[in-house]
Ligand binder design. Sequence first.
Ligand code: HEM
Length: 115
Amino acid sequence: MSPEFYRLLHVIGVLMLFLGLGGVLAGTRDGGKTPPLYLALHGIGLLVMLIAGIGYAHKSGIGFPSWVIAKIGCWVLLAALPTLVKKGLLIRPAAIALVIAVGAAAVWLAQSKPF
Ligand code: HEM
């Protein structure tokens, strides 16, 4: 598969992740369970974007510089976020702000490759 295919897949995974996070963080009106669709989008999106991100870094010859490692750090944070909210370690408004900040940092890292 071409590097461009991995890159497209990476962005599709990112879209799935953020859609899933939106659903998870929206909560339910009656405080019930999160609809499984959003949990699935979160999990599958994480998997797709990680595999595609690593695939692109490898196939395009970028390799694994520090900015890619920092992006993996962003990925870990967004993976853990629903659990942190569920356990009461992070309040919902703070979680929403964190998702935007961490997502922005990951995009900035890809664009400017600062280190
Ligand atoms: C919060 C998580 C992440 C977000 C929001 C994110 C978002 C993005 C976006 C928007 C791009 C630009 C795509 C394009 O220009 O077509 C990109 C590129 C890239 N991402 Fe991610 N990404 C994340 C995590 C990761 C992870 C975990 C990896 C690696 C394991 C990774 C590796 C890459 C690579 C190698 C590129 C290509 C940079 C280039 O064009 O030279 N990303 N990412």
